[in-house]
Design a protein around this ligand. Sequence first.
Ligand code: CTP
Ligand code: CA
Length: 227
Amino acid sequence: LARGPVAPDLAGRHVVVSAGGTREPLDPVRYLGNRSSGKQGYALAATAAARGARVTLVAANSALPDPAGVDLVRVGTAVQLREAVLKAAADADAVVMAAAVADFRPASYATGKIKKRDGEEPPTVVLVRNPDVLAEVSADPARPGQVVVGFAAETDDVLANGRAKLRRKGCDLLVVNEVGETRTFGSSANEAVVLAADGTETPVPYGPKEDLADTVWDLVAERLTGG
Ligand code: CTP
Ligand code: CA
C-alpha cells in the first residue's frame, strides 16, 4: 500500500509511545511474559515521526528493528516501563500506551535458578500487583492538556467493557480490539473501535497497523490545544 507524503501536523510536539510486552523475572533464567510483538506500538512511533513529532518509544522486549528518527528507550519489567514512561511524559503532549504491561509480578526474585527436587512439592509462585501506568499518567495533574491513549483487548461485551475501562483508567482515548475466535463487533469488519472520553466512537476497519496508528494520531491531533 503506497503511503504518500503526510502533513507534518505533529511538528513541534513530543509524543511518548510504549510498545511490546513486559517480562517479570522469576529467577535468572525465567520470566512471566506475554505474546505482544510490539508491532502496533512501533507503527504508532513511525507514523508519529512521519507526521513531524519528536517521538520517545519505550520498548519492552521487542525484537523489531529500531525505527528511524525516534528516541528508543529499552525496558524489561513493568516497573522499569513505568519509570521510563513517567520520565518521558513530563514534557510530552501525548502518551500512547500500546505496551502489554503485566498486571502482576512475582513477589520475590530467586537470585539462584529454581531447582526441582524428587519428592518435593512444586513451588508456588506468589504474585503482587504492578503499578497501573496508564491510570497514573491519566491522573497526573501536572500536564492538564496532555492527551493520553490506552489500548484494550476485550472479549464478550467488548464495547461495554471498553467504555467501563475508559472511565476507570481516566484516559482521553481507548483503542478497543475484540479478541477470540470470532472478531465481529456486531457484524461489521472493524478491527478496532476508538472510544473517546467525550463519548465519540470511531470504528477502524480491518487493515494495516499503520492505518490504525494514523487514526489514533488524527484523534490525538484534534484534541491537542495551543501550539
Ligand atoms: N496498562 C498499564 N499498566 C498496567 C496494566 C495496563 O499502563 N499495569 C495499560 C496498557 O498499556 C493498556 C491499558 O492499560 O494501554 C489497558 O490494559 P488492560 O490490560 O486492558 O487493562 P487492565 O486495567 O489491566 O484490565 P484487565 O484486568 O482487563 O487486564
Ligand atoms: Ca491487564
